[in-house]
Write a protein that binds this ligand. Structure first.
Ligand code: MN
Length: 229
């Protein structure tokens, strides 16, 4: 009988609106995918192309669960984002086939230790400490759907609106993201893609309530807690 050194980790799963669970394989993220957010970060939307980074799957936090404030950070930011959930994948996917790989969509939040990201950018260092830390990827229930949701992405903190933008403002559309990513990585069933955030990002504090609402997708809602308690 095959034995493990220690019990293998349990799969990370996200609930879906159909009741079945979505098992997560990898988490890809798009940076700089809304022009007005590129500008608020001090970039040039005409010159800066969207970029990719990743988060580990155990960064997932389900909606309704508490999220500890980012440890060793003094500038912990929310980024409300539309998330693509893939049911299949491949390499170098053609544009006309891109949508056939989608299981559905969810509301997500790309939590960011902005102070560490600023330092990494200045030093030319990787973004892992700023982006790929524990509890950095809260996500709501996935809605099974074949079409890209149309409408508004809205993030509110303690019921005050902070981000409000039409999804049509994305620089790279959903199929364009799948085409570009699949040219760099083999995509597979279970992959999630956070598609970038619009303008209005900002700092969180302990006790804040974060809510991300996207068109008619299930709402993402979580509270920031003290990591020391
Ligand atoms: Mn982001």
């Amino acid at each position: 009988m095959e034995e493990f050194v220690f019990p293998p980790p349990k799969p990370v799963c996200i609930p879906t609106d159909k009741g079945v669970k979505f098992p997560v394989r990898r988490i890809f993220c798009v940076g700089k995918n809304y022009a007005d957010h590129v500008q608020e970060m001090g970039g040039d939307a005409k010159k800066d192309k969207p970029t990719f980074f990743t988060k580990p799957r155990d960064a997932i936090v389900l909606s309704g669960r508490d999220v500890p404030y980012g440890v060793q950070s003094d500038d912990f930011h929310y980024e409300g984002e539309l998330v693509i959930a893939l049911k299949s994948g491949g390499c170098s996917i053609a544009h006309e086939n891109a949508m056939t790989h989608i299981f559905g969509f969810a509301a997500g939040c790309d939590l960011t230790r902005r102070d560490m990201q600023r330092e990494a950018k200045q030093a030319g260092n990787p973004w892992d400490s700023a982006k790929a830390f524990d509890y950095s990827a809260p996500i709501a229930t996935i809605k099974e759907m074949r079409e890209v949701p149309q409408g508004i992405l809205k993030t509110s903190i303690n019921n005050k609106p902070r981000q409000e933008a039409p999804l049509s403002q994305m620089i790279w559309s959903v199929p364009e993201i799948i085409v570009a990513l699949s040219g760099l990585f083999e995509l597979k069933a279970g992959d999630l893609i956070f598609t970038g955030t619009p303008a209005g990002v900002g700092p969180l504090k302990i006790g804040d309530r974060v809510r991300v609402e996207i068109a008619d997708l299930p709402v993402l809602d979580f509270k920031i807690t003290d990591p020391k308690s």
